[in-house]
Design a protein around this ligand. Sequence first.
Ligand code: SF4
Ligand code: SF4
Length: 406
Amino acid sequence: MEQHQTVKAAGGLCAKCGACTAACPVFQVTGREYHGGRGKLHLLSRLDPHEASATYADILSRCLLCGACEAVCPRGLNITSEIVAARGQLSRRAGEHGFLRFLTRQALTHLPLTRGLGALLRLAAKLPADSGLRLRLNLPADSPAQAATPPAPVTFAQHPALSYFAGCFATHLQPEIASSTASLCRKTGQPLPVAASGQGCCGLAAYAAGDLDTAKQLARRNIEAFSGYDIPILTSCASCLSHLSRYPDLFAGEPEWQDRATAFAARLREFSTFLLAALGAKAATIPPADQEPGQRVLYHDPCHLRFQLKITGPPRALLEKFPRVRLTELPHGPQCCGHGGLFHLAHPALSAQIRDRLLADAATTNAETVTTTCTGCLLQWQQGLVAAGSQSRALHLALLLDSLLP
Ligand code: SF4
Ligand code: SF4
C-alpha cells in the first residue's frame, strides 16, 4: 500500500512526454502503449498491485528492466524501481511472475542446487539441436558450453591483491571466461584475480522478479564472502556488476548493511575499464596490422552497462588498441538484445522478436565477431546467430582479447 502511494506520486510527476515509450524495446515490437514506461507508470498509479489481475501482472512482466526509459526521462523518474517494487507485491496466482519468483528463489538461494543447474545446463548443451529442453534453456546449438572439459579454475594466490566476482555463468557454464580474465591479468602484469570462496549469484534475477528478500539474502552472502580482504573486486559480467553496484540501494533503511554494501560497491571494477588501464606499456607488444584485412568486430553494449553505469567508451577504446580489429557499429546505434534475464524465459517469442531486429541490423555490418561483457546478452547473441544460420560468432570480450594479446 505504501509503495502504491509512492508510485502514485511518481505518476503525478510524469510529464506524459512519451520519450520513454519511444525508447522502450518492448514497445518498439508490440506497439502497445501499456508496455512502455509511461504506460506502466500510469497503470501503477491507478491500480494497486495488491489487487492485480493476471493481465495486469502480465503487463508488468513485459519489461526487460533495461533502463532505456529512465535514460531519456526528463523528469528523472525511477521507472524500473517502481516496476520491481510492484512485481514484489504480485500474488503467486497473478500471472507468470509468481512462478518465476518461486523458480528464482529455489535455484539461486541454494548453492548446491545452482551447481546442479550448471551441470544440468552442461548436459543440456549436448542435447540435439531441436530438443525442447535445449530451447527452453535458451542454449544455442553450438554453445561453448559443449566443451567437454572445462579449463582449470582461476589460480588462488597466497596474498591476493585483486579479487574476482565470477557470476553464475563464468562459474558454471563458461569457466573459459574466468580463465581468460586471469590470463589477461597475467599478460598485463596485474595480480592474479582470486575468486573469493562463498560467493554466489549476484541476485539480479531475484531482484528482477521483485523478490527483494531473496535479493538481499544473496547480497549479504556476497558482501560477507568478499569481506576478508579490502582489495578491488574485478567482475567480467556487466549485468552482475550493475546489480552488485545496486547493493547500497537494496539496503536502504538498514544502516549497518548499507554501510557494508557501500564499501563493497566502492571496490568493484568493471572489466573493460580495468583492462584498458592495465594494458599500459603492454599495448606496444600488440601485433601490427598485416596484409590481411583485419577481423571485423561488433561490440554489443549491454543495457545495464550503457544505461545504468554509463560505460560505453572503454570497451571500444580497448578494441581499438588492436590494429587487427576493425571495429564496426550498428547503423541505427546500440540496441537491446531482448534477453533481460528472466524476461526471455517468461516471454520467449517477444524476446526473440527484439533479438531478431538487432540481428537484422547487425547483419548489415558484416561483422565476423560480436563481443560483449554481459553473459545474458552473450547467450542471446549465440542463440540468435545460430537460429539465423549466420557464420558470425559471439564471444565474451575476455576470450576475444585473450586470443589477440600475446
Ligand atoms: S526498462 Fe526497458 S523494457 Fe522496461 S519499460 Fe523501460 S524501456 Fe521498456
Ligand atoms: S519520459 Fe518520463 S516524463 Fe516522459 S512520459 Fe516517460 S516517465 Fe513520463
